[in-house]
Write a protein that binds this ligand. Structure first.
Ligand code: ADP
Ligand code: MG
Length: 325
């Protein structure tokens, strides 16, 4: 490496972004020393992004930095946790300064929006792999888990679904669209917005929550399994963006994107009907919007219903990325 490991850490990662009062000791010693506020639990999540597997080899490094953090923040959001700290294990083939500048700018740009501080990490030479661990706080016993959904609870999702999946198809040249829509959908893929404010606002209202990384059907499926229930989804209620509606003409294809394409990082959560009004009030305050897409039922499995109440089957196969293994 042209740049020594210590210079690299110093130049790109030390002292950048917010300096939090609950960090006694950050980057620079053998361990970081951190204070969890009284009455709170520590929520921890880690994700590894492997170049060529989780992002294409030539991805803009700033987008990689943003997305590595966004996916972790999305996990914290899904638990109703408030972001606090991050640690970063970075494996790099070489000390590529342009890449490090872009990556760290993307990372700290998003971290600043959530008062998140990078408090430590490790830097090694190897294939490009980014492992980011996030730490957040949640008041004791108040985390949003996957196992709390009950029959009769309403199913909500934040934002719009399917954008990242269409963005991916555009990136792979599978769709020809106008530049503005292509850009919007590509941004939704590369720079997802973690729904952190929604997650913490839901703590007192939702019975279960998950973030949508693998598609609504797959991720709602995790809630259903852990909660021992099933669900009915009203396809006409699935929220999709204006860009997606312009790009994807067929209604059934829209359903497929909204139900089974991944990487949207919206939240899916369940709300007891008595909390519906409070929930809708919060929805209006959140800048992301949220839509009621169905209801939890006793019978296991997911039933997809068209506007006229006629059942609809999610086709298996079709596009490559729709196949779930
Ligand atoms: P050690 O050998 O004790 O593990 P390192 O030499 O790996 O320490 O790291 C020195 C300091 O720099 C530590 O405080 C570590 O947490 C921090 N650090 C190393 N790599 C990174 C990184 N990529 N991002 C943030 N902090 C890092
Ligand atoms: Mg080390």
């Amino acid at each position: 490496m042209s740049l020594s490991e210590f210079n690299l850490i110093e130049r790109y990662f030390t002292g950048r972004g917010v300096q939090r009062a609950d960090v006694t000791l950050g980057i620079g010693d053998d361990c970081a020393l951190l204070k969890v506020p009284t009455g709170h639990e520590l929520a921890i999540s880690i994700d590894a992004l492997v170049e060529g597997v989780h992002f294409p080899v030539d991805t803009d490094p700033q987008a990689v930095g943003h997305k590595a953090l966004a996916v972790g923040l999305s996990d914290l959001a899904a638990m109703g946790a408030e972001p606090a700290w991050a640690t970063l294990a970075l494996s790099l083939p070489m000390a590529d300064e342009a890449w490090l500048q872009g990556f760290s700018d993307g990372l700290f740009g998003l971290a600043g929006q959530y008062s998140l501080q990078l408090v430590g990490g490790d830097t090694v030479r190897g294939p490009r792999v980014i492992s980011l661990q996030l730490h957040g706080f949640v008041p004791e016993g108040r985390a949003l888990r996957r196992d709390g959904a009950r029959a009769g609870d309403l199913i909500f999702v934040t934002g719009t679904l399917g954008d990242a999946g269409v963005g991916l198809d555009i990136a792979f040249g599978k769709r020809n669209v106008n530049a503005a829509d292509a850009d919007y959908l590509r941004q939704r893929l590369d720079r997802p917005t973690p729904r952190v404010a929604a997650g913490t606002a839901l703590r007192s209202l939702a019975s279960a929550a998950i973030d949508i990384s693998d598609g609504l059907v797959a991720d709602l499926g995790h809630i259903l399994k852990r909660s021992g229930v099933g669900a009915r989804i009203e396809l006409a209620q699935l929220p999709t963006s204006a860009a997606l509606q312009r790009v994807v003409a067929s209604t059934e294809e829209r359903y497929r994107y909204a139900l089974s394409s991944g990487d949207d990082y919206e939240l899916c959560f369940t709300v007891p009907p008595e909390h519906r009004a409070a929930m809708e009030q919060i929805c209006r305050q959140l800048d992301c919007g949220c839509a009621c897409v169905g209801v939890i039922e006793v019978e296991a499995g997911i039933r997809l219903l068209q506007g006229d109440g006629i059942p609809w089957q999610l086709p298996s196969g079709g596009f490559d990325h729709f196949s779930r293994s």
